[in-house]
Design a protein around this ligand. Structure first.
Ligand code: PEP
Ligand code: MG
Length: 571
């Protein structure tokens, strides 16, 4: 029996044989050619085939995961047609009289390296995408089929060094019981996909993972970040019980998902979903979401070459609001910068992009650009409960200026003859410690607070959230974070406004009872986790949760807090 510890990426338990996923290496031979035009026309045909493959992968991913996940293949298609890459390849073929495989491989590597050298996490991820597209074309040119997945014909636990979006899209999800990768952090592509599919995943397992033999019996515990190869009889039985029980419980929880989350002593809290695209909204309802607590609007802006128009945005907001009918929908205005770059905005290179010109800071500097989004939102508002939320607010002036721009946008929309709903709630994300500290002032300016614990933790602990090495600091259960949340909720309530959490913490079964005890009104989270979270909150009484919250505020660190929650005995 071999136990491997990794980073928990997506909860759940599964058991099954190991399927080792190793993309085949494509060898490229450099050859001298006579007819450059013929070579380039081979490339053109290969690119046409690749484009069709990417279209099919996009469609498949849209159906199986989400539009958000699928958008990556648009980016791949863009690289495929990148004019400077094509020019570089044509120049090499013409000038050096080499075969197009060699010229293409060089060109791709050149491009990927340039991206990596920018020293930016987001661009490094794009380098992996460029290599992924590059290999696709080389495979087509050499007549090789895609990575052989024919071995995956029975439900298996997928083990891989790392998984690219193309790899995961081609896996037959009916046969995937869970994922484990040697590389990757908790926000890696594998982690996000696994969460969206509701499958267990462990990432960052290290080199020991790839020593496991294909077909070995595997147990995977996503929540614990644990993987067991060739388990002994006792462990197997334990997992069998756990898996059987988990499946049974998940079924029961899903049945009760449409009901409210009410504690044993009658306190009801609102459970809503974080969504990243209109298609996510449909599945959110199936999991019992009572509305949307965070619509991340970046999906409208990313992976394209020009900014979305007012009409395009309006159509997207309408699509989400139509699904949600009268339920509350909190739309967050654009939050780019940090690890999300937009080529067409020329955000510039910064030494510390997470501390830089991003989100509301950039939007306030570009009022005409910002008002396009605000007008689209206002036009979408009639007959719905649309709420508008500003991200990354640090100062009162930022809120006041954002509200002033919203008022201007309203005048413009009305002047153009479009109706706008009255009483649209306007709120802010509290995700910068300065805003948490000044919550008493902010509470007089807005209708609600939504605490972004992902960023609040990152900025409180000074630990970049995308870094695998900083994972030990990235715990929202650290009392340094919890104390700020307590303050924000109290100050919000003093002014009679509601307070939610839309960071990952809200859906964390260990952290949520603390938030309940602190008096949180709204929990916004990844939809597949909603049935389980509702079940957990129903087991608590508000009185117990209050005692729990009071106690953990005075513990030393996040580990102590989590241990205390796990060991808490209910009255
Ligand atoms: C957060 O920071 O907690 C949050 C919900 O926003 P995002 O994860 O999009 O930064
Ligand atoms: Mg944030």
């Amino acid at each position: 029996m071999k136990i491997i510890k990794g980073i928990p990426a997506s909860g759940g338990i599964a058991a099954g044989p190991a399927y080792i996923f190793k993309p085949t290496e494509i060898g490229v031979k450099r050859e001298t050619i006579q007819n450059p035009a013929a070579e380039l026309s081979r490339l053109e045909s290969a690119r046409n085939v690749a484009r069709e493959q990417l279209k099919a992968l996009k469609l498949k991913t849209e159906n199986e995961a989400s539009a958000d996940e699928a958008a990556i293949f648009d980016a791949h298609a863009m690289f495929l047609d990148d004019p400077s890459l094509l020019e570089l390849v044509a120049d090499t073929v013409n000038a050096e009289k080499v075969n197009v495989e060699a010229a293409w491989a060089d060109g791709i590597e050149n491009f990927a390296r340039q991206m990596e050298m920018m020293g930016d996490e987001y661009l490094s991820a794009r380098a992996a995408d460029i290599r992924d597209v590059g290999k696709r074309v080389l495979r087509i040119l050499s007549g090789q089929s895609e990575t052989d997945l024919s071995g995956l014909n029975a439900p298996s636990v997928i083990l891989a060094q790392d998984l690219t979006p193309s790899d995961t899209a081609r896996l037959n999800k009916d046969f995937v019981l869970g994922f484990a990768t040697a590389e990757g952090g908790p926000t890696s592509h594998t982690a996000i996909l696994a969460k969206a599919l509701g499958l267990p995943a462990v990432v960052g397992c290290g080199p020991a993972l790839m020593e496991i033999k294909s077909g070995s019996e595997m147990l995977i515990h996503g929540g614990k970040g644990e993987l067991i190869a060739d388990p002994d009889e006792k462990t197997k039985q334990l997992y069998q019980k756990l898996t059987g029980e988990a499946t049974r419980v998940a079924g029961v929880e899903l049945e009760a998902a449409a009901e409210h989350a009410v504690t044993r002593d009658g306190r009801q809290v609102e459970i809503v979903a974080n969504v990243g695209s209109p298609s996510d909204a449909v599945s959110a309802l199936k999991y019992g979401a009572e509305g949307i607590g965070l619509l991340r609007t970046e999906f409208l802006y990313l992976e394209r070459t020009t900014a979305p128009t007012e009409e395009e945005q309006l159509a997207a907001y309408n699509a989400v609001l139509d699904v949600m009918e009268k339920r509350p929908v909190v739309v967050r205005t654009l939050d780019v910068g940090g690890d999300k770059q937009l080529d067409y905005l020329d955000l510039g290179k910064e030494a510390n992009p997470f501390l830089g010109w991003r989100a509301i800071r950039m939007c306030l500097d570009k009022p005409d650009f910002f008002k396009i989004q605000l007008r689209a939102l206002l036009r979408a508002s009639p007959n719905h409960d649309l709420r508008i939320m500003f991200p990354m607010i640090a100062t009162l002036e930022e809120v006041r200026r954002s509200k002033a721009l919203l008022a201007e946008a309203r005048k413009e929309v009305l002047a153009a003859g479009h109706p706008v709903a009255d009483n649209i709630q306007v709120g802010i994300m509290v995700e910068i410690p300065a805003a948490a500290q000044m919550a008493d002032f902010f509470a007089r300016e807005v209708d609600f607070f939504s605490i972004g614990t992902n960023d609040l933790t990152q900025y409180t602990m000074a630990a970049e959230r995308t870094s695998e090495k900083m994972a030990y600091l990235a715990d929202p259960c650290h009392p340094a974070v919890i104390r700020q949340i307590k303050r924000v909720i109290e100050e919000g309530h003093k002014q009679g406004i509601w307070v939610g959490v839309c960071g990952e913490m809200a859906g964390d079964p260990e952290a949520a009872p603390i938030l309940l005890g602190l008096g949180l009104d709204e929990f916004s989270m990844a939809a597949p986790g909603i049935p389980h979270l509702k079940a957990i909150l129903r087991e608590w009484s508000y009185a117990d949760a209050q005692k729990l919250a009071e106690h953990v505020l005075n513990l030393e660190n996040g580990t102590a807090v989590r241990e205390y929650v796990r060991g808490f005995t209910h009255a």
